[in-house]
Design a protein around this ligand. Structure first.
Ligand SMILES: [Zn+2]
Length: 93
């Protein structure tokens, strides 16, 4: 059996008008290679699960992967990710 691959859906970096969380980093989409943004809370999840396989994908490539998976599963946001989003939104208002 093939191991599960966890795909992390990432916003491309530098999108005008898009709000990124504080401390956001950058990596590349593993499919098309464009630069994408990665939040600190997402990096933390990866560090906490070293046995898992993680792939960064931009939204477009993540959708392609989702469509070709006969049984896709969507992971809920972690408490850290929710907190990060809330803090970012609070900082804007
Ligand atoms: Zn891509």
């Amino acid at each position: 059996m093939m191991p599960d691959i966890n795909i992390i859906v990432c916003t491309p970096s530098g999108v005008p008008g898009h709000t990124y969380v504080a401390g956001v980093g950058a990596t590349r989409c593993s499919s098309c290679g464009i630069e994408v943004a990665v939040s600190p809370s997402t990096m933390q999840i990866i560090e906490e699960t070293p046995g898992d396989i993680w792939e960064f994908r931009c939204v477009r490539c993540a959708l392609d992967a989702l469509k070709s998976d006969p049984d896709p599963k969507i992971m809920p946001l972690t408490a850290g990710q929710i907190q990060e989003i809330e803090e970012t939104l609070r900082g804007r208002s």
